[in-house]
Ligand binder design. Structure first.
Ligand code: NAD
Length: 186
């Protein structure tokens, strides 16, 4: 039998699993997308948190929160899951970050991450954490994709088609090239 639908579960009063997956997604790439495909098979609903939403226009964080919302939302259309994409600005005290996240999102009962700080902060709460697997980490990497953009190398095959379209729409490659001529950090 296939996965019970959210509607069906609510109808019979069963417990729903709603997961959170947080990332900077500078940009959202196929490694993130593989993780989300796996999560979609395991839970009923997914919240994708766009981390460091206040950051943009630097070589390491070139895209705005809103641009990253577009990248993720458009990529997830092809998946069979209900999802919410929510920008979340950083806060200057890690001790209150989990409650900050909870104040911005629908309730959730499980967090998927590979980031030790994210896992550590959520582990101190009652929320379950699950380690997400890494896929082709050497190339499915925001740093590698940004490096390729700056150096006129092929990057489009490392991101979902919808992300390449958003980056082209906002002229993102020229943005990052301009930023890199002023800023050598990435
Ligand atoms: P990221 O975009 O680098 O990665 C997101 C997730 O994808 C991570 O779990 C990472 O391990 C995973 N990933 C990366 N490459 C992958 C691949 N090839 N295959 C599979 N998975 C892959 O983002 P991040 O740095 O983990 O984002 C955490 C966010 O949370 C940041 O924005 C950070 O600022 C924020 N945060 C904020 C606070 C605070 O405000 N106090 C505290 C903790 C975290």
């Amino acid at each position: 039998m296939g996965k019970m639908t959210t509607k069906h579960k609510q109808k019979i009063g069963d417990k729903m699993d709603r997961a959170l997956y947080v990332g900077r997604f500078q940009p959202y790439h196929l490694g993130h997308h593989e993780v989300i495909k796996k999560i979609a098979k395991e839970v009923d609903e997914l919240i994708v948190g766009i981390g460091s939403a206040q950051k943009s226009h630097t070589v390491s964080d070139p895209f705005t929160g809103g641009e990253r919302v577009m990248m993720v939302s458009r990529s997830l259309v092809e998946l069979d899951i209900t999802y919410y994409v929510i920008p979340m600005a950083d806060v200057d005290r890690h001790a209150i970050w989990v409650s900050h996240i909870q104040s911005l999102t629908p309730p959730f009962n499980v967090v998927y991450s590979n980031n030790p700080l994210v896992i550590g902060l959520f582990s101190e709460t009652k929320i379950e954490t699950r380690r997400s697997p890494l896929f082709k980490r050497s190339i499915y990497s925001g740093t590698e994709i940004r490096r390729r953009m700056i150096n006129d190398e092929k990057w489009e095959d490392l991101v979902p088609k919808a992300v390449a379209e958003v980056i082209n729409e906002i002229d993102g490659v020229n943005r990052i090239k301009n930023l890199s001529s002023n800023d050598t950090l990435f």
